[in-house]
Ligand binder design. Structure first.
Ligand code: SF4
Length: 393
């Protein structure tokens, strides 16, 4: 495998979906869409907080609001529970009395919640344009084509797909259909260990960085055991020999927030803040994770800060909304964002107070907006993959 910056870096080739212009149309079956029927309150409305409170109170136990860790403070304030995507989906399933699950997160998260909740519950995404660029980087057609390439190379039978939670329901269903499992950033090592007990190779979707970091750092594979499958090139840009020799076939996808941290970000913060602890998410590039002091999921980052000594210094490489909240929650520690140039997750940030108010007031008025519904067949296979994850030793 070529160990160039370009290889670990940001894929400059957009997927066709990424070209779907915001503001033009909606595709509720993908991570893209922008329709917001009805009147959205203006962001300047001074009564937004009061309106959100009143609508939430009027709905009572009929509504359950989930807030992802990367959401804005103004939205988190109204969340009944906060967490990462999988925890939130399970929290929703454990709240059967709530007819409406308002998911303040992104599209794939709302899909997972729909898969795990009962048919009596409806999952609502306050803005359909809240997609995830990483999930967009692997479409069902591209992954089916990749599987054909593996079949022609004679290795599909010994390859187990492992898909990150941050993928569309279609990709989760593909994974379930082909005997694979879903993983989160907390259990990726266990998921890969399990997968290598089932087969000789893993096809890891869609985040190349989580796949590479876990395979090399936790499972002891070498960088040369990994190849990068580029869905924009014939045969993924790989020869049959490269595919046959590989133990880990990484999909060329990345998070557009975590993928932007660089080795320079780490070196720069160390020079600026002597004694700083660099703590990053495993969606960061290999060289960033390698240069950090600690690596872990969002929940791990939160716990690490809780357990940190007063006076300690921390540079955190994850989404900015969460880092700001951590800095506020730990005034006795110095908590800074790893890179001054990296910004918020723009799609996650689309869920703002006007959209939340609009969704809640619509429910009060008897209209159920922006319902995310996963096709039953897709849901069945996605659930099989999610159940395998839950059964991981
Ligand atoms: S932070 Fe990255 S992985 Fe998470 S929703 Fe945004 S783009 Fe997707």
């Amino acid at each position: 495998m070529t160990t160039t910056t370009e290889t670990y870096g940001v894929d400059p080739t957009p997927t066709p979906l990424a070209l779907l212009l915001l503001g033009r149309e909606a595709d509720p079956n993908s991570e893209r869409g922008v329709e917001c029927p009805g009147d959205l309150p203006p962001a300047s409305d001074p009564n937004l907080v009061e309106r959100a409170r009143a609508a939430k109170a009027a709905l009572g136990d009929r509504v359950f609001i989930l807030g992802h860790h990367y959401q804005r403070d103004e939205v988190i304030e109204f969340a009944d529970v906060t967490g990462d995507s999988f925890k939130l989906a399970r929290d929703a399933a454990n709240k059967p009395e709530a007819e409406y699950i308002v998911f303040c997160g992104v599209h794939f998260m709302a899909e997972s919640a729909d898969i795990l909740t009962s048919s009596a519950q409806q999952v609502i995404l306050p803005d359909l344009a809240a997609g995830c660029s990483m999930a967009d980087m692997a479409t069902a057609e591209q992954v089916a084509e990749c599987w054909d390439v593996l079949t022609e190379a004679g290795i599909a039978d010994v390859t187990v797909p492992v898909s990150y939670m941050n993928s569309s329901a279609d990709i989760k269903a593909f994974t379930g259909k082909h005997g694979g499992t879903i993983c989160t950033s907390s259990n990726a090592e266990r998921a890969l260990t399990w997968a290598y007990e089932q087969g000789e190779k893993v096809l890891f979707l869609p985040d190349q960085h989580l796949g590479r970091n876990t395979a090399v750092r936790d499972l002891g594979l070498s960088l040369d055991d990994c190849v990068l499958y580029n869905p924009h090139k014939p045969n993924g840009g790989l020869t049959v020999e490269q595919l046959r020799n590989a133990k880990m076939i990484l999909w060329r996808g990345h998070c557009s927030v975590h993928g932007r941290f660089t080795l320079d970000s780490v070196n720069d913060v160390r020079a600026r803040i002597p004694g700083v602890n660099v703590l990053v998410h495993p969606e960061c590039k290999y060289e960033v994770v390698d240069a950090a002091d600690l690596v872990g999921s969002t929940e791990y980052i939160i716990k690490a800060l809780d357990a940190a000594e007063p006076g300690s210094k921390w540079a955190i490489g994850t989404e900015l909304n969460l880092v700001r909240r951590l800095a506020k929650a730990h005034p006795d520690k110095e908590v800074v964002f790893l890179d001054r140039a990296v910004c918020f997750c723009s799609t996650m940030n689309r869920i703002d107070l006007p959209h939340l108010v609009w969704a809640l007031e619509s429910l009060v008025d008897g209209r159920v907006p922006n319902v995310i519904t996963v096709d039953p067949e897709v849901a069945k296979y996605s659930k099989a993959a999610l159940d395998r994850m839950l059964a991981l030793p």
